[in-house]
Each structure stands twice: as structure tokens, then as C-alpha cells.
Write a protein that binds this ligand. Structure first.
Ligand SMILES: [Zn+2]
Length: 537
């Protein structure tokens, strides 16, 4: 369903985003066409070089985080500023506008590229260099704070993977509350930076006529804020009857499990996910538990199996550089540095240099995640061909990109396929199809009210409405949309803030250079926001 949601968003724009395979020579009859083509080819080459430098710097900022060392931050800021100076340059904006004034004389693909140039400029207009520079510095600092954060529980440092495991397995409610609250502590150091980012992001895009940053991101879908909101609300409304059934089941099941009265809204620390974005861990399907067989395989096997999944569909093996340059496994405790622990897929050079950032452990969740991330990677590789200009190597839109990853993760988790690759749990019994559907619904259906309600409305309120604290109604949205409530009741408490910060940061990375970013940070953190909206996720 996550895929269907994204596909629905993508449907209206797919046809116009699928570039027609035109050759430059076909435009030779027009002097204007030739002039535009030469300009676009120069732009593409410059953009690719700057985007690659920016991605390489971002990659280091996300994979080698050393407390107190600002080397990476400085390099990242410099690379981002160079890219922003190019995409936002007055010359590039004016040239694109001049050519677009004669759009009817140009090929559709050229028009699309010129429009993309203006979209990229909208985020970095050279007319307000100080705002752009401050925004880049704030975004870089937020990333380092977020992913360099040391979570602690009972005075000891714990990893995000350990937090997730505890929320999946712990049965003592007091202990669950402690773990959940520990996971939210990261919000405190990030809060002031996000408020500042809101101001800077809004001011950046307002210079080229967008009302606010939210409207800017909606425009990438070819939609207005109101149009996108109506679309999203419609999806959520249609899904409501099914979601209510799942929510009712979960309320009763969790109350039984913890020996508590049945709540109207589910306390966040009862759920097996830090953000309450998917609840599939509530169901164990007899005959379909492949954690045990996976545990003896080792993490490397999961990624190689994911590659086999794609090669079995006819794709090429991953480039050798994927294996050499990716950061795929948890760091040893004595590494001396940290890395971003959220799964993501990167298109470093907008060509064959594709990488993934994960912390793979041999369990079923990471099994699905590896297939999901490789879905993004194979999508990158598929459109990185001579028929697609560098500037347009981004997929149909962010939601569609996420749909590809989600669909592949779901496909690879079907019982017959899992059994065929030797991951059956040793039981000959066929998994109960109703239980299996319930488990899938708790993952894919539950995600939709979270993304279309909580995340969407929070970001709309944050950027478009500029709510004073950015917190209060975000909490309301979560309650109304996803049927859960924060364990911490104070609406102004920064702990209410953290889930959104996380997603926002991931949106940042994608947004900074929408074509080159690790466009997709997925499973473990962040799908579903508009500013993170390529998925987004
Ligand atoms: Zn994804």
C-alpha cells in the first residue's frame, strides 16, 4: 500500500516526466534548438561535476562523524555553496527564462530541462547569498548533530539498532517508556536549529516567488499546496475504514499484552516502532518467521541475496564500486567515529557511482530493507543512460522512487520466494494467509495515515503556516491521523519534536541537490513527508 500511495501521487506526472528519447541532431534544423541544446549540455556537465563533489562531501559527513572535528562540515559546506552558486546564478536563471519564453519552439525534453533549472535555482537564488549560505551551514550542523547524537539508556550509550530491538521485544511497560523516551532525547539539541532552518528555507525560496518552502516542494510534483493536500487527504479518507479496523485490533491486542485497559489512542511507547509509523512487529506468523534462519547467514548474505533478487529479474550485477564504496554494516564499538544509521541509497555522480548507507544485521527487517534500498539503486542505474540528460536523472518524482523500493521489498518478502531461497523456518505448514495479510497491513496500511496525516500536516504547519513552536498541532495531527498519542504529554516538549526532525533532516539531504542526494532514506526513518517527499522517503 505504501507503493500504491506513492503511485497514486505519481500518476498524474509520470507521463510528462518520462523523457522522450530525442537526439540532439533532431533539433539541428532550428538555430534556437541548437543554441539551447549546447547550453543544456554545458549546464549538465557543470552540474554533474558540482553535484558529484557535493555528494562525496555529504557522504563523508554521513559516514565518518567525529565529535569535535569540523573537517567534514567545512568541506560539505564549501561543496554545497559551490553547487548553490551555480544552480542559483543570475545568469543561469535569466538564460533559462529567456529560452522558456520561446518554449513552443523547443523540444519537450529541452523545456523540461529548462524548467528543472529554474526549480533548482528556486532553492538557492544568488540574489540572497547570505540567506543561502546560512541555510547551508545550518543544515550541515543539523545533520552532524542528528547523526552524531549518542543515545543513552540507564546511563549507558545505546545504538539505534538496540533501541529498535528493545521496542520490538521488551514487555515491561516502564522499561518500554524509558527506551522510547531515550530515543526522543535527540530532539532537544536539534529543536532550535529546525526553527532556524524553517526561517532560512522559507526565505530562500521566497526570493523566486514561492510562498514558502512547503509550496516549493509541492511544486516539484507539479502541484499547489492546496492541490497536494486535497490529493493526500483523499487517499487518507479512502483508507480510513480499513485503518480503523487495524487500529481497533492493535488497541485490544496491546492492552491484552500489557494487562492494561483498552485505550482510545495508543500510547507511543506501546508500539514496536520509534515513530509509530509501522506496526508489523505486533504479529508473528507461524511458519513465516525467518529471523532464525537469517541469523546464521550473516549480514553480507542479505545484501548479496538482494542483488541476486535483481539479477534474477534480468538486471546487471551491481557495479564493483558499490561494494568498494558503500557503508553497509554497523560500526565496531571502537571505531572512533559514528555514521548515520538510517538506511539510504545514494546516486553520487548521477551515473554509475551508486552507494548505500546501511547498518545491516541478519534479521527480517534488514532483509526487507536491503531489497528496498537496492530498488532505489537499480532505479538510479536504469535511468542513468545516454537517453536521459543528467539533469533529469531523478525518476518520475520522489514518491514514485519510494514506491519502487517499497514494492521490491514487499515482493521479496512473499512466502513462496522466501521459502525458495532457503529461509523457511523449518515448518512445512503453509503460513496462515490471514495472519500474513494482517502483518503486511500493519506495515503498509498503517504507514499511510502516518505519512499522509502526521508527517504531511506537520510539515505544512511548520513551513506554510509557520506555527510559533512548530510542535502543538503536529502533536494533534499525529493523534488525529495515526491514532496514537505521544507518551510525553507536554505539547511543547522537544521530545514531541524528534520524529519530525529526523524526517526533516533526511528531506534536507534529498532536497539540497535533488538529483544527486541520497535521495532515499527509507525504511528506518523517513518516508512520507513532503519536504522529504521523494519518498520519501
Ligand atoms: Zn526508500
Amino acid at each position: 500500500m505504501k507503493a500504491l500511495f506513492a503511485l497514486a501521487l505519481a500518476a498524474s506526472s509520470w507521463s510528462c516526466t518520462s523523457p522522450a528519447p530525442e537526439s540532439p541532431t533532431g533539433l539541428a534544423a532550428s538555430a534556437l534548438g541548437s543554441e539551447v541544446q549546447a547550453h543544456l549540455e554545458r549546464y549538465d556537465a557543470d552540474y554533474q561535476a558540482l553535484a558529484r563533489a557535493s555528494s562525496e562531501a555529504q557522504w563523508l559527513s554521513n559516514t565518518h562523524i567525529v565529535e569535535g572535528d569540523d573537517t567534514n562540515a567545512k568541506r560539505t559546506e564549501a561543496a554545497e555553496e559551490a553547487l548553490a552558486a551555480f544552480t542559483g546564478s543570475v545568469e543561469n536563471i535569466e538564460t533559462a527564462r529567456r529560452f522558456l519564453a520561446r518554449a513552443s519552439e523547443l523540444a519537450p525534453l529541452q523545456v523540461r530541462e529548462l524548467e528543472r533549472i529554474l526549480f533548482l535555482a528556486g532553492d538557492n537564488p544568488a540574489t540572497i547569498p547570505e540567506i543561502v549560505k546560512a541555510r547551508i551551514a545550518t543544515e550541515t550542523a543539523q545533520t552532524e548533530k542528528l547523526y552524531g547524537f549518542a543515545f543513552t539508556l540507564d546511563g549507558k550509550e545505546v545504538t539505534p539498532n538496540q533501541i529498535d530491538e528493545a521496542l520490538g521485544e521488551e514487555t515491561n511497560l516502564e522499561q518500554r517508556r524509558a527506551v522510547w523516551e531515550a530515543s526522543k532525547e535527540v530532539g532537544k539539541p536539534l529543536r532550535s536549529g529546525l526553527i532556524e532552518l524553517r526561517r532560512l528555507r522559507n526565505q530562500s525560496v521566497q526570493a523566486l516567488g514561492y510562498h514558502d518552502f512547503f509550496a516549493y516542494m509541492a511544486s516539484e510534483y507539479g502541484m499547489t499546496t492546496a492541490g497536494l493536500a486535497a490529493n493526500i487527504d483523499g487517499i487518507n479518507r479512502e483508507l480510513r475504514p480499513l485503518f480503523r479496523e487495524l487500529h481497533t485490533w492493535a488497541r485490544h491486542e496491546l492492552a491484552r499484552r500489557y494487562g492494561q485497559p483498552v485505550p482510545d489512542l495508543i500510547p507511543a511507547h506501546w508500539l514496536p516502532n520509534r515513530w509509530g509509523q509501522s506496526w508489523e512487529a505486533l504479529v508473528e506468523v507461524p511458519g513465516f518467521d525467518f529471523d532464525a534462519p537469517l541469523s546464521s547467514k550473516g549480514p553480507e548474505w542479505l545484501i548479496h541475496q538482494a542483488e541476486r533478487f535483481y539479477t534474477s529479474l534480468g538486471f546487471e550485477p551491481l557495479p564493483a564500486s558499490f561494494w568498494e564504496k558503500s557503508a553497509l554494516y554497523p560500526l565496531p564499538a571502537d571505531a572512533g567515529y559514528k555514521k548515520n544509521t538510517h538506511a539510504s541509497a545514494w546516486h553520487i555522480d548521477l551515473d554509475r557511482d551508486v552507494r548505500s548507507l546501511m547498518s545491516v544485521e541478519p534479521n527480517s527487517e534488514w532483509y526487507e530493507t536491503t531489497h528496498h534500498e537496492l530498488g532505489h539503486i537499480y532505479y538510479y542505474l536504469s535511468y542513468s543512460n545516454p537517453r536521459v540528460p543528467v539533469l533529469l536523472r531523478e525518476g518520475a518524482n520522489r514518491a514514485y522512487h519510494e514506491a519502487v523500493g517499497s514494492l521490491m521489498g514487499l515482493a521479496a518478502s512473499q512466502p513462496r520466494f522466501v521459502a525458495a531461497i532457503g529461509l523457511s523456518a523449518g515448518s512445512a505448514a503453509r503460513p496462515d494467509p490471514i495472519q500474513l495479510l494482517l502483518q503486511q497491513a500493519l506495515q503498509y496500511v498503517v504507514f499511510i495515515p502516518w505519512s499522509t496525516g502526521t508527517m504531511f500536516h506537520f510539515e505544512q504547519e511548520l513551513y506554510a503556516d509557520e506555527l510559533p513552536s512548530g510542535t502543538a498541532r503536529g502533536g494533534d495531527s499525529r493523534i488525529l491521523s495515526a491514532g496514537t498519542q505521544p507518551t510525553t504529554q507536554r505539547q511543547d516538549d522537544p521530545m514531541c519534536f524528534e520524529p519530525f526532525l529526523t524526517r526533516d533532516q533526511e528531506g534536507t539531504r534529498r532536497r539540497r541537490v535533488p538529483l544527486a542526494r541520497p535521495v532515499h532514506s527509507c525504511r528506518r526513518a523517513s518516508t512520507g513527508s513532503i519536504s522529504a517527499a521523494r519518498q520519501a522517503g
